[in-house]
Design a protein around this ligand. Structure first.
Ligand SMILES: [Zn+2]
Ligand SMILES: [Zn+2]
Length: 337
């Protein structure tokens, strides 16, 4: 084992530095991972562009981390050296806040956020909390598994917690989140509607499993959904509050609009359709480590894979910019070797 490893540090907002760091031993309850792949996510802006309040530098971003365990720290009994594991956005719950005490650890109010409050996976090595690990099935390549532990679980959990087989489920947006959402919706047995903006991705919708494509640029998506009988669930992945709100009239009575993409602008909601129809707008945030394992297992079982572009660690800045400017088709992944 080398005594140093390469990592990409953010030293101030927008500034990437490739550095050599000394290898450290994992502490109590931790493991050291030899990183093989790390996805690049919009949420990395929390670190890179200082969108997370109180972020401290230098910080290594990255919360879609896949690699092999190289060393386990004291007290780690359920993981061993050599296992291939993944770490997502949740780097570990505190176990003591009210949400945790009520069994809602995915909504821990004081969590470790990988790559934000602790160093993440834009690096050849990473220290992770053992309780945040998911086991990677052998059938998945590390670069394919990486986006699944964030974008994957986000859409997988939101959908499986919201719909039932044969429900009409619409996925707004066919980007990094949406292209996975459409695949999961189809494989979960939903009548799957893909909502895009313009005709460019229409050809992709049936390939991902959508039964219907709606072009929200050429027609009102809410009206189009009502023509189909309305949606039981709409998964909103587009980072636009106005676009999200425009879908509300497309819901059936008791339908749910599930928001997983953070928009810069507010979501303007009219109370009428909410009340006259008992409709709801809810949020959903990734999930727990064991749910990440569910996401990975389901992806193998039903053959769901992300569409990715890969770049080496030294090109992290280029990968980040490509993802932020929506040029990536559809997720960027850093491959370490
Ligand atoms: Zn993410
Ligand atoms: Zn907690």
């Amino acid at each position: 084992m080398g005594k140093t490893y390469r990592a990409v540090e953010i030293t101030k907002p927008g500034t990437f530095h490739l550095v050599e760091r000394s290898v450290v031993a994992p502490g109590t309850g931790q493991v050291r991972i030899r990183v093989e792949a790390c996805g690049v996510c919009h949420s990395d802006a929390a670190t890179v562009d200082a969108q997370f309040p109180g972020i401290t530098y230098p910080r290594v971003p990255g919360h879609e981390v896949i690699g092999h365990i190289e060393e386990v720290g004291p007290g780690v009994t359920t993981w061993k050296v050599g296992q291939r594991v993944g770490v997502g956005f949740f780097g570990g719950e505190d176990g003591t806040c009210e949400a945790c005490r009520r069994g809602e650890s995915a909504y821990c109010q004081n969590p470790i956020m990988t790559g934000i409050t602790s160093d993440g996976g834009y690096a050849e090595m990473m220290i992770a909390e053992a309780r945040a690990l998911a086991l990677i099935p052998d059938e998945l390549k590390s670069e394919d598994a990486a986006p699944l532990v964030c974008a994957g679980i986000t859409t997988f959990n939101a959908l499986r917690n919201s719909g039932r087989a044969n429900d009409t489920v619409a996925i707004q947006g066919l980007g990094g989140l949406g292209h996975l959402g459409v695949q999961y919706a189809k494989k979960m047995g939903f009548r799957t509607v893909a909502i895009g903006f313009g005709p460019d991705k229409e050809h992709l919708a049936p390939k991902l499993g959508a039964h219907v494509y709606i072009d929200a640029k050429s027609e009102d998506a809410g009206v189009a959904l009502q023509k189909l009988g309305g949606a039981d669930v709409i998964l909103a992945t587009a980072p636009s509050g106005a676009a999200i709100a425009s879908l509300l009239p497309g819901l059936k009575v008791r339908g749910k609009l599930v928001v997983v993409g953070v928009s810069g602008d507010p979501i303007p909601i009219n109370g009428g359709p909410l009340i006259f129809g008992g409709r709801s707008v809810i949020g959903s945030l990734t999930g727990r480590a064991i749910e990440n394992q569910d996401t990975l297992d389901f992806s193998v079982l039903t053959d769901v894979r992300p569409m990715i572009e890969t770049l080496p660690l030294a090109k992290a800045e280029e990968a980040y910019k490509r993802m932020m400017s929506s040029e990536a088709r559809f997720r960027m992944v850093l491959k370490m070797a």
